[in-house]
Design a binder for this molecule. Structure first.
Ligand code: KG4
Ligand code: ZN
Length: 334
């Protein structure tokens, strides 16, 4: 079969990234312009500033990626683009770039849901096996998705309120840690012990999650200790929070693996970078003797390679868009 080269473009939040991936599995070149340093001072991503930086970066990132791959646009088979969900202004910049390339070079435009990208980041590392359970844990999502074959997604559970990454970031704020707080909590917790009592949320029979109660429990605990004049042991609070959040995830994943006869578990999204979550998932899958894939750190945060990888399978599935494709800040994965 002829090799298929997909150019993937990602701009849904604060990373402008372009990548070329061969046959959905082999990364040829990736370039990422991250804005983390720019948004740090604001304690979070400022949408308007993010859009402006995407405009500034997109052409450079695209050219650099083609150069790095030593390829021309003529050699590309299709353009995969994150059409949503994400920040609407940010999404639009990548989308307009993708549409322009599609029009000028007469290449098919393949729409990719951002979460499909996070899931398919795993295909750059290991071939996916079905039935598969994708544990999606990011700043905007906490979802369990069952896949019986390529590019077929069934959401079996999700968060009823905050996403897990959002919870990490909010707890980090209470602990006076810099944005993005997730990695800082994870690093601190490696040095601490689970000594503070926090309730594991939503211990029910569903595959759903809830994180706003856990966030409030940490905030209350911090205030109570402060009022009593007890200094907070940052490392221990981080470890207690992370352990509780990880238990909330792994208990529902355990149930899904057993109920759905899952063969392969993958973890996707920014929070997959958490050492605590990696350890929890490794222990669980080892115990149940299930294949587990967690992408290496570089594929956990937003990047074009994951969009190009997902784009390949979407392309094989016959998914195409015309130039009327629009960005969506919210959309279900289907
Ligand atoms: O997937 P992502 O890059 O963006 C979204 O699409 O949401 O995920 C970002 C989230 C942030 O909440 C960040 O704090 C969290 O992932 N995160 C981590 C770690 N690295 C990033 N959370 C816990 N431990 C980490 N090491
Ligand atoms: Zn993401």
């Amino acid at each position: 079969m002829k090799d298929i080269y997909i150019l993937g473009i990602e701009s849904s939040c604060d990373e402008t990234s372009v990548s070329i991936v061969k046959n959905g599995r082999e990364e040829i070149a990736t370039v990422i312009a991250s804005q983390i340093e720019i948004h740090k001072d604001f304690g979070g991503v400022v949408p308007e500033i993010a859009s402006r930086h995407h405009v500034k970066n997109i052409t450079m990132v695209l050219e650099e990626c083609l150069q790095k791959a030593n390829m021309t646009m003529e050699q590309i088979d299709a353009i995969a683009i994150t059409y949503g969900p994400g920040l609407i202004g940010s999404l639009l910049i990548g989308l307009e770039a993708a549409k322009t390339l599609s029009f000028i070079y007469n290449k098919p435009l393949v729409p990719v849901h951002h979460i499909a990208g996070h899931i398919y980041a795993n295909s750059l590392v290991k071939e996916l096996e079905f039935p598969l359970l994708a544990v999606v844990v990011s700043g905007g999502h906490t979802e369990l998705i069952e896949m019986k074959k390529h590019y077929q997604f069934e959401k079996i559970g999700g968060t009823l309120d905050d996403a897990i990454g959002e919870c990490y970031d909010k707890v980090a704020r209470v602990m006076n840690l810099e944005y993005p707080g997730g990695p800082k909590i994870d690093a601190l917790s490696q040095m601490g012990k689970d000594t503070y009592k926090l309730p594991v949320p939503l211990r029910d029979d569903s595959y759903n999650f809830s994180f706003s109660g856990l966030k409030s429990a940490v905030i209350n605990l911090a205030h109570n200790e402060e009022q009593r004049g007890n200094p907070i042991r940052q490392e221990d609070l981080a470890a207690s929070f992370q352990n509780t959040a990880v238990t909330a995830v792994t208990s529902k994943v355990r149930k899904a693996i057993i109920d759905k006869n899952i063969k392969h578990v993958i973890v996707a999204g920014g929070v997959a970078a958490s050492k605590g979550l990696r350890k929890g998932m490794e222990d669980l899958c080892h115990e149940l003797n299930i294949d587990l894939s967690i992408p290496p750190m570089k594929y956990c945060t937003d990047n074009g390679a994951m969009i190009a990888a997902a784009g390949y399978y979407a392309y094989l599935d016959g998914r195409r868009s015309d130039l009327n494709l629009n960005s969506k800040s919210q959309d279900t994965l289907k």
